[in-house]
Design a protein around this ligand. Structure first.
Ligand SMILES: [Zn+2]
Length: 396
């Protein structure tokens, strides 16, 4: 089967290249804002809404007079930004329609003007894109060196490439259409995975994945750095410097977190292992993360764990490995139910890290108990148990 996949790699740009890359991002932003303004004007005047091709034609005319700098960049920058604008409106109208039917409670997301102050942003390219072991060739930007060699796939159909900047580093992401062999159905045991705050993930087969220790340390440092940033005078050069430092730290934390998530999800899905060692079913709790984020005490911890991201990774990795993913309703009391006898501990608090059953007397790690319940609810197959020895720290 043909699957769409994304790859991202860091670029190693020289000064001329990063200047040109910035110009492309600037052109994309300009085109997006121009299109948004034009759409709004047309709406107010009761005229027909201009779409991406119409707007691109207008920009091409403007190039000859008002915006000659647009000649310096690839036509893709404006073209793709205008397409993004069209799809932003499409999503907005879709949500408005859903809201009318009462199926959507959040914001509808009316497209906003993009600001240079917020982020440099990015620019997407289509057309002639070539990947080499240590470089990528893009329209107008030419050959750009890659920091990681032999990572981006070669000899595949490339749909598009996007350059973007984050905390002083440049990246390229490509969307490829890959031929992927149909996976054989996995036949291993059913695994329940409980996502938590103390530990990142606890599996019913006894494995646990911890949150990286580096994260906690970095978070303390982050607090200090953001305090320093907020104390600097607004508009000052020092504030700018502090902002860059803060952005770099945020990016670093995000990377550490992403790495931990990828390692855990890859280990759980075990794609490279034979079918009998891959889980037939992975059972996850269908968490209502947005509801949980409103709890301020937990928000930091939950945001850290990145539960949405965990679930997203498990889903796409499982698809490629012939592993089924099932979700258990978020109302199912996986933490409160005894995985041995089914007794429900009604007033179990979040602080209680150990589950002690008052009916059958079993003592289990809280997350492990939840993982057993999840695995059991995923199928009628008996889940083999590997119980981790509880340490005194757990009991405390
Ligand atoms: Zn019990």
């Amino acid at each position: 089967m043909i699957v769409k996949r994304g790859y991202q790699a860091e670029l190693d740009l020289n000064n001329a290249q990063s200047t040109l890359a910035r110009k492309h991002c600037g052109a994309a932003r300009w085109a997006y804002n121009y299109g948004l303004r034009r759409k709004q004007e047309a709406y107010k005047a009761g005229e027909k809404t201009p779409y991406a091709p119409d707007l691109h034609r207008e920009i091409n005319t403007l190039k000859q007079t008002e915006i000659p700098w647009m000649y310096e960049v690839s036509k893709c920058a404006a073209q793709e930004a205008l397409r993004d604008l069209d799809s932003a409106f499409k999503h907005f109208f879709r949500k408005v329609a859903l809201k009318k039917q009462g199926k959507w409670k959040g914001k509808c997301g009316y497209p906003k003007f993009k600001s240079k102050k917020k982020a440099i942003g990015g620019a997407r390219f289509t057309g002639s894109i070539h990947v080499y072991p240590d470089a990528i060739q893009l329209p107008r930007l030419g050959l750009l060196r890659l920091k990681e060699h032999n990572y981006l796939p070669m000899n595949v159909k490339i749909g598009s490439a996007t350059i973007s900047e984050k905390a002083g580093r440049w990246y390229v992401s490509i969307c490829v259409h890959e031929e992927q062999a149909e996976p054989t159905q996995a036949t291993g045991e059913v695994i329940g995975v409980d996502l938590g705050i103390k530990t990142l993930a606890t599996c019913s087969d006894g494995r646990t994945f911890d949150n990286p220790k580096a994260l906690r340390k970095k978070l303390n440092k982050l607090k200090r750095t953001s305090r320093r940033h907020s104390r600097k005078q607004k508009g000052s050069q020092n504030r700018k410097k502090a902002k860059t430092r803060l952005a770099r730290m945020h990016a670093r934390i995000a990377n550490v977190r992403k790495d931990a998530l990828h390692k855990a999800t890859s280990a759980i899905v075990a794609r490279t292992k034979p079918a009998s060692e891959r889980p037939a079913v992975i059972v996850l709790e269908d968490l209502h993360v947005s509801g949980m984020l409103k709890n301020h005490r937990l928000s930091r911890a939950i945001a850290d764990v990145g539960m949405y991201e965990f679930r997203r990774q498990i889903e796409y990795k499982a698809r490629a490995a012939g592993v089924q993913v099932k979700f258990v309703s978020r109302w199912y009391p996986s933490s409160k139910t005894c995985s041995e006898c089914g007794w429900i501990h009604e007033d179990l608090t979040l602080a209680e890290r150990v589950f002690i059953c008052q009916q059958c007397g079993v003592v289990l790690d809280r997350d492990e108990n939840a993982a057993f319940n999840l695995a059991a609810s995923g199928s009628l197959i008996e889940v083999p148990r590997v119980t981790r020895e509880l340490t005194p720290v757990d009991i405390m």
